[in-house]
Design a protein around this ligand. Structure first.
Ligand SMILES: [Zn+2]
Length: 111
């Protein structure tokens, strides 16, 4: 049981080849995330850690993904619907039900 040593401030500019500096350090995986805008967020995860698919861009805060060509697109937020939208939805739902009922009736009559 190792004592929790806390997170030591990582040295800036230690270079990419930091693996040999301490043999007993947990292996780290460098993961790069790209956001929709194209910002690059680079993180390092312990080898054993689960690397999340999406990370918040450190620059603009948009969701950033590991696939540069397919950054996660922020889902349009639509928590609010107007009354009219509700009415429309319900109406189309009712229409669909009528259509279904008609189709069923037709099926039954031909059977
Ligand atoms: Zn960004």
């Amino acid at each position: 049981m190792a004592r929790s040593s806390g997170v030591r401030g990582s040295r800036v500019g230690s270079g990419p080849m930091g693996e040999s500096e301490r043999g007993n350090a947990a292996a780290r995986v460098a993961v790069t995330y790209w956001c929709e805008v194209g910002h690059v967020t680079q993180l390092r995860f312990a080898d054993t850690a689960e690397v999340p698919e999406v990370w918040e861009c450190s620059i603009c805060g948009l969701p950033a993904g590991r696939d540069q060509d397919n950054p996660p697109v922020q889902a349009p937020v639509a928590p609010y619907k107007t009354h009219l939208q509700y009415v429309r939805e319900r109406r189309s739902e009712a229409e669909a039900e009528i259509l279904l009922a008609e189709a069923l009736a037709r099926l039954r009559s031909t059977a």
